[in-house]
Write a protein that binds this ligand. Structure first.
Ligand SMILES: C[S@@+](CC[C@H](N)C(=O)[O-])C[C@H]1O[C@@H](n2cnc3c(N)ncnc32)[C@H](O)[C@@H]1O
Length: 434
């Protein structure tokens, strides 16, 4: 169990210790029911702010080989040590039945730590006159007039604010919640872990947008352009591209883009080559129809997403796979085999600073091997975080990407630079062979 941070008030001494019989009763209860009240964790330090006895009992039970399930956690961001103390006191007092003398001791110790009487009474849930009377029965308490500020000075006491928190159900998710809180910075988390992570990813994207992003950047075997693909890729020569592998937006405003993709692919793809596009399921029929406006339908594949699902609330459907459409420019020229079911590895979790729509790299690598050969040019007009580009580097393809969102381009540039591919392949530049 971690100690309070150096310099923080020694808050865990404020309350009387649990008696042995109380602790044993708690442990028996946890052995039978598990931990029902989630311990509160400091998202920054990982310190247990509330629930030390519960976690200690749980840890002992596990060590004694008693089967107890992992427990829920409430991971919070505290603005200050003061706030952490307030939460610790409040959550403990509601569960412990203190007699008047015990409560008076708590009042006195908080006052000794510089708390105003009003704030002590707020946290204890008693009238401030009650707190004052409590105090009068502790003869040796020394009470300062103002609340002391750490690092010097004093300030008037404040009511504790609502502390941003994320509820999780396991140690693994506690790590994710802490990472999300750090990535969110000052922003409030969402109502649960998933929403908080989504919010963190959007916040990271917004931060990247605020930075300077060049119009076009090249690596040894890749290039990314910032802007609408219909404009920034307009200079691509006809029939110069070996394959298009992409993941357009699936939402309603994105649906017409499948027509523009079809038009673009029919112009730049070499005859018989493939345009592979991830699709959504809500508008799948319309997306397929639009792709077919200028291209020929070849096949529909599936990317299975283990551990991850999209919830379509109105239809009560949990989606666990993504359709991927194969269309060719004119009659399909068979060059290698296609396997139409692919699995994204692991549980498909994303980090809080990933792109909100970032896809797993592995299925893209497999798709590239099915639709192109090493050294060939692959284009992704909807680059996002650059997953197609990263897969191109891993499989030895040249890559040209574009994205209208400068935040996405900034992330793609970072990922591509980290996975820059071999620099010593002759004729490796993106424009060679175009
Ligand atoms: C589903 S995301 C791609 C995610 C990507 N596959 C990844 O793994 O990160 C679609 C991307 O298309 C971009 N986009 C939308 N309309 C566009 C347009 N007209 N031209 C270029 N990019 C566009 C969006 O900004 C977004 O980043």
């Amino acid at each position: 169990m971690k100690k309070p941070k150096p310099g923080s008030p020694d808050i865990y001494d404020v309350l009387p210790e649990l008696r042995d019989e109380e602790y044993e009763a708690l442990k028996r209860d946890i052995a039978e029911h598990g931990i029902l009240v989630p311990p509160i964790i400091d998202g920054e330090s990982g310190e247990i702010v509330d629930g030390r006895h519960r976690v200690r009992a749980w840890t002992e039970l596990r060590a004694e080989r008693t089967r107890v399930q992992d427990y829920p956690r409430d991971v919070r961001r505290f603005a200050s040590d003061e706030e952490r103390v307030a939460v610790f006191i409040a959550s403990n007092l509601f569960r412990r039945h203190l007699n008047r003398q015990q409560r008076a001791e708590v009042v006195a110790r908080l006052r000794e730590q510089g708390w105003s009487l009003r704030r002590v009474s707020d946290v204890l849930g008693v009238h401030h006159e009650t707190a004052r009377r409590d105090l009068s029965i502790v003869a040796n308490a020394t009470i300062p007039d103002r609340v002391a500020r750490r690092g010097g000075g004093t300030y008037p006491s404040r009511r504790p604010k609502l502390v941003p928190s994320i509820f999780v159900r396991s140690a693994r998710d506690e790590g994710r919640a802490r990472a999300a809180l750090v990535a969110l910075g000052e922003e409030a988390p969402g109502p649960d872990l998933r929403r908080s992570e989504e919010k963190a990813r959007l916040a990271a994207l917004a931060r990247r947008r605020a930075g300077e992003v060049p119009e076009s950047v090249e690596g040894p075997s890749w290039e990314i352009r910032t802007g609408d693909f219909r404009e920034v890729l307009a200079d691509m020569p006809d029939h110069s591209v070996d394959a298009i592998v992409c993941d357009p937006p699936y939402n309603a405003p994105g649906v017409p883009l499948y027509s523009d993709l079809s038009d673009f692919a029919a112009r730049v793809l070499k005859p018989g080559r493939l345009c592979v596009a991830y699709c959504g399921k809500v508008s799948l029929p319309e997306q397929l129809e639009r792709l077919g406006e200028h291209l020929e339908y070849v096949w529909t594949g599936a990317i299975f997403l283990p551990g991850r699902h999209t919830i379509f609330r109105h239809k009560m459907i949990f989606g666990r796979w993504r359709p991927v459409a194969f269309f060719s420019n004119g009659p399909y020229v068979v060059r290698t085999t296609i396997v139409d079911a692919l699995w994204a590895p692991g549980r498909g979790e994303k980090r809080p600073d990933d792109h909100p729509w970032q896809q797993a790299v592995a299925p893209f690598e497999r798709l590239l091997e099915m639709v192109s050969k090493p050294g060939e040019l692959v284009v992704d007009p909807f680059t996002g975080s650059g997953t197609t580009g990263v897969a191109c580097m891993a499989t030895g393809r040249r890559f040209l990407g574009a994205d209208v969102d400068s935040g996405a381009v900034a992330l793609a540039l970072q990922r591509l630079s980290d996975n820059g591919g071999p620099a010593d392949v002759p004729g490796w530049a993106v424009t060679s062979g175009v």
